[in-house]
Design a protein around this ligand. Structure first.
Ligand code: ATP
Length: 456
């Protein structure tokens, strides 16, 4: 049962240390969020799940970690300087700024209802900066609005160093920046975020087949993260809604508390990007309409071994927003359970591999040294398994600790009591979902936890 409202999620995130408004001590910066102690763990786990599925289990994908600032030339040829725009409407009465394509009626201010509004004008969403000490046009650069462009720019480097053959992909996780006209819905629409993008290069003519393939792969991946496929509406974007590079885009729209909205786009970018950034465009039979490139020093193409012909690969791009993904996973996991007698509990039922804390080790009393020492010892023993964060939880109130760990989604709570140290050397292991408790010998605890997480 997902959360009923965004407010419930926002409140839990703040209360338990998942996500904070950025620059809060100076009144907050709109569209910027910082991830706290639990948020960073959840985010890393989601990244790892993506990287494993998109890189490690495959033999046809390589990874990349590029810079986040790009040159003017990069974004001129990618088309972003000219076309990465949203239509902006301003209210002359209350000064509110709105995105025309998000308004119900572009003649009426969403904030104050005035009809004294401007015509929509194109607003470029890239953050501009200066490279080096001189702040002039010649030294301008941009914070990247997507991770993709540096992947295209490194296409030849990756091929030359890995001997990759079509079809193959390059994956990257990293920051992207967009100066959104209106940042809203918590971490859904922000100005600094992370993307997880795969650029998968295929032979021209095979793009449609691979587009279907990646849609299916991505839906399977989402299922493994706890978001069933029936939670998505798959939107085949209308021609007029396509980005400047796209031949066809399938959006995965997840049902957020604010309504169905895009968490991932799977775009077929044709030969537009490699074609735009390549030299010798006229020798390469490009299908996409690209700007003439007089600056690139590299031919971004592969040679067919049999025909000796140069081919500019087509690209299929599954592009997911990590922040939006995290919000979806969190919303899916959010559960309010009726415990009877007017009692209820909030549980984040994360898939175990995503849980920010893998196990909490709790001494029954916080001021009893034997219990505390034993709990610390067990924490270190479990930490060494390399499954993720194990927490020594010294609050002195087991009931409260269970409630807290339900709320942050810790799958296992391990309690050390007097029997543990005086009698049987066993601990109580409590399962988050079933709330069942069992006694497990400390000597068998590592194997127990490993089995729980890895099915070993
Ligand atoms: P939207 O239409 O919602 O503005 P988009 O179609 O421009 O998104 P893409 O360019 O396809 O988004 O970017 C790929 C992914 O990056 C999106 O599916 C989304 O998850 C994420 N993303 C894009 N813009 C933002 C943002 N402002 N905040 C958080 N994530 C974003």
């Amino acid at each position: 049962m997902p959360a009923k409202s965004m407010d419930e999620l926002v409140s839990l995130c703040k209360r338990r240390g998942f996500i904070f408004q950025s620059n809060e001590i100076y009144g907050g910066l709109k569209g910027f969020y910082d991830y706290g102690p639990l948020g960073v763990e959840l985010k890393n786990n989601l990244k790892q799940a993506w990287w494993k599925a998109m890189v490690y289990v495959r033999d046809d994908v390589e990874g990349l970690d590029s810079c986040t600032i790009g040159s003017q030339k990069m974004f001129k040829y990618s088309g972003h300087t000219e076309t990465f725009n949203d239509p902006l409407v301003e209210c002359k009465d209350c000064q509110a700024r709105m995105r025309a394509d998000h308004m119900k009626d572009i003649g009426i201010c969403e904030n104050c209802g005035s009809t004294n509004v401007t015509e929509p004008r194109q607003f470029n969403m890239m953050f501009k900066t200066n490279i080096g000490p001189v702040a002039d046009e010649a030294n301008a650069g941009y914070l990247r609005p997507e991770t993709a462009q540096h992947i295209f720019a490194n296409f030849k480097n990756v091929i030359d160093t890995t001997a990759a053959k079509l079809p193959f992909g390059i994956a990257q996780i990293g920051r992207a920046y967009r100066n959104e006209i209106v940042a809203r819905n918590f971490i859904f629409r922000v100005r600094e975020f992370e993307q997880m993008e795969l650029e998968f290069f295929v032979k021209p003519g095979e793009d449609e087949k691979w587009h279907e393939y990646w849609l299916e792969e991505r839906l399977k991946w989402w299922e493994e993260q706890g978001v069933a496929r029936d939670k998505f509406e798959i939107e085949d974007l209308a021609k007029e809604d396509l980005a400047h590079y796209s031949k066809r885009t399938l959006d995965l729209n997840y049902k957020y508390p604010h309504g169905y909205d895009e968490v991932e786009g799977i775009a077929s970018r044709s030969d537009y990007d490699l074609g735009s950034h390549t030299k010798e465009q006229d020798k390469l039979n490009l299908t996409a309409k690209v700007k003439e490139n007089t600056d690139s020093n590299t031919r971004l193409a592969v040679q067919d071994i049999e025909t000796k012909e140069w081919v500019v690969p087509f690209v299929i791009e599954p592009s997911m927003g990590l922040d939006r993904g995290l919000l979806a996973v969190m919303n899916e996991a959010y559960t309010v359970e009726d415990l009877g007698e007017g009692k209820e509990r909030i549980v984040l039922k994360f898939k175990p591999h995503l849980a920010p804390i893998k196990a909490a080790v709790i001494p029954l009393a916080k001021n009893k040294e034997v219990l505390v020492n034993k709990a610390k010892e067990i924490k270190q023993q479990l930490q060494a398994l390399g499954l993720g964060r194990v927490l020594f939880e010294n609050s002195g109130n087991v009931g409260k600790a269970y409630r807290k760990h339900d709320e942050v989604g810790t799958p296992l709570c391990i309690t050390v009591d007097f029997e543990t140290v005086e009698d049987d050397d066993k601990v109580t292991v409590r399962n988050r979902d079933t709330m069942e408790q069992e006694r497990v010998a400390v000597s068998e605890l590592s194997a127990y936890v490993q089995k729980f997480y890895m099915g070993l």
